[in-house]
Design a protein around this ligand. Structure first.
Ligand code: VG1
Ligand code: CO
Length: 540
């Protein structure tokens, strides 16, 4: 069936897909226009196969039905969909590759809250399993501005609870177990017997799935296959509103986990994942591991896991992520790449075999096993390392810092700012960048300052305006950029880093260690002065 439509403003994909208020996505033609634009901008859907699934948030199921009917009407040959429309982002990436499909549609606004009053989102991944490149998202956006019609099959809803094959006209719909293939992939990468032995010997863990998509994956892998005690996984049932929680695994939003890990009788290891299962937070007994440090530790120890025994080809990190991983890459004698924020920039490096491990300061880590960051993968690699080294998380961190030095690191988020105020702060700093080198602030000398631009070493494409950075001669850094995943106002992210070659000890207060850099940021960018805010909304 052909339906006439009109272009809708603002369908511009951000850092990771198109995210809007759920009500906006549910409004007439909104989802349909965007999906049709994806098909149109990528050469049509005729004869193609896709993977479809989402994180279980409100509207996930009916959006999936719409997409299935649209794929059928656009001539697709087959769609593989997770049972009950569920698929974590890394599991979807794996299926796209495993089944050699033409791409996938992932329904998620990731770590943003879900529900009728909250957020919804759609990500389009290409045949390599990774997020669409900027060139593709720009073509999709261009199509949304000229779209006049979309196609949708007049068909009853598919029973997505029933595993097996059904038809919509000439298109096959394969409803599959969302967990099985992913769990098998993990079993091939990690030493499950060694981890199982560790659990059998009394190792205790808490995994907070935050009522999001990772629950069924974590229960199957941690409790059933690895023998972790029943109840290890909490908040393990995906709920349309994530149980009212904010499924963002950081110390602020995963408060209950943090309290348990820092409380009496804490388990040996704690972890949490986000809405769509691509993020992870790792906590030891009484010690929080920053994502930047986690990436460095994973890089330094990955060879202990069977999947990485041959060593790493290289490491890549987003520009705002701390340089802790760079020190490991240097010691290992492997390549190190610095990309803009967002997983789409890692795809080429992974495809070209330049990098094996990638990571972002925003609780994302992953490898060349898929083309997305992967929360549970990071947790399993940590478990494999713990099982091999037979040390606690704090012993591993302390050993790492003594060997490589410590990159104190923190991110300060100022959320829901009026857009013009946020833009003014950014413009203020951007305008003075050229004059900064050589200046002294808070006893530190500025060595370099720029607006980060990235030239992709594989395809030569250039991405400009990826964050303002100020680097001091002692290796300290501050970075300022605007979030590209929010749905309300603007969020300024301030990233802070200070390197200390000989760390004084584990107990060091990170914010105190970063105090001079925090003061320098205020002196240079004046976020608090300009916004009237007295403190960040979220500190990670
Ligand atoms: C944030 C993070 C970024 C991450 C992106 C998607 O983007 O900072 O590192 O890749 O979310 O993650 P932004 O533009 O708001 O800073 V997810 O878990 O939403 O797929
Ligand atoms: Co996510």
């Amino acid at each position: 069936m052909r339906v006439a439509t009109q272009p809708i403003d603002g369908q511009k994909p951000g850092t990771s897909g198109l995210r809007k208020k759920t009500k906006v996505f549910m409004s007439k033609g909104y989802l349909e226009n965007f999906i049709q634009s994806i098909f149109d901008a990528t050469g049509g859907a005729t004869g193609k196969t896709y993977v479809v699934g989402g994180d279980g948030r409100y509207f996930n199921d009916s959006a999936t039905q719409t997409i299935l009917k649209m794929a059928a009407a656009n001539g697709a040959e087959r769609v593989i969909v997770g049972q009950n429309a569920l698929l974590s982002t890394p599991a979807a990436s794996h299926l796209i590759r495993l089944m050699a499909t033409d791409g996938g549609l992932i329904l998620s606004a990731s770590h943003n809250p879900g529900g009728p009053e909250e957020d919804f989102g759609v990500k389009f991944n290409t045949a390599n399993g990774g997020p669409a490149s900027e060139a593709v998202t720009e073509a999709i956006l261009a199509r949304t501005t000229e779209i006049r019609e979309y196609f949708i099959a007049d068909h009853t809803d598919i029973d997505l609870s029933r595993i097996g094959t059904q038809q919509i006209g000439g298109m096959e719909v394969s409803v599959i177990d969302p967990v099985a293939d992913y769990a098998a992939l993990m079993e091939g990468l990690f030493d499950f017997p060694a981890i199982r032995t560790m659990f059998a010997a009394g190792f205790r863990m808490r995994f907070d799935a935050m009522c999001a998509v990772t629950g069924p994956y974590a229960r199957e892998i941690l409790e059933r296959r690895l023998g972790a005690a029943p109840g290890t996984v909490v908040n393990g049932d995906p709920l349309p509103d994530f149980g009212g929680m904010h499924p963002d695994p950081n110390p602020t939003w995963a408060q209950a986990l943090m309290a348990e890990m820092f409380g009496p009788d804490a388990p040996d290891f704690g972890a949490a994942s986000d809405g769509d299962g691509d993020r992870n937070m790792v906590v030891g007994r009484g010690i929080y591991v920053s994502p930047s440090d986690s990436l460095a530790v994973l890089a330094a120890n990955a060879h202990l896991a069977p999947g990485y025994r041959g060593g790493l080809k290289g490491v890549a990190r987003s520009m705002p992520t701390s340089t802790a991983a760079d020190r490991v890459a240097e010691a290992l004698g492997i390549g190190c790449y610095e990309t803009p924020t967002g997983w789409k920039f890692f795809g080429n490096l992974l495809d070209a075999g330049k990098a094996t491990l990638c990571g972002e300061e925003s609780f994302g880590a992953g490898s060349d096993h898929v083309r997305e960051k992967d929360g549970l993968w990071a947790v399993l690699l940590w478990l494999n390392i713990l099982a091999e080294r037979k040390e606690s998380v704090s012993e591993i961190m302390s050993g790492h810092w003594h060997r490589f030095g410590r990159n104190y690191y923190s991110r300060h988020d100022y959320e829901a700012l009026p857009v013009e105020v946020a833009n003014r702060v950014m413009a203020g700093l951007r305008d003075k960048l050229a004059s900064l080198p050589g200046q002294e602030v808070e006893g530190m000398t500025i060595g370099a300052a720029d607006d980060f631009a990235y030239a992709d070493p594989v395809d030569g494409s250039v991405s400009k305006g990826q964050g303002l950075r100020v680097v001091f001669t002692d290796g300290s850094r501050l970075v300022l950029r605007l979030s590209g995943t929010g749905t309300e106002g603007a969020t300024i992210r301030l990233y802070l880093e200070r390197y200390v070659a000989v760390p004084e000890g584990l107990a060091d207060e990170v914010q105190a260690a970063l105090a001079p850099v925090i003061r320098a940021a205020e002196a240079l960018a004046g976020i608090r002065a300009e916004t009237g805010r007295v403190a960040p909304d979220v500190i990670t």
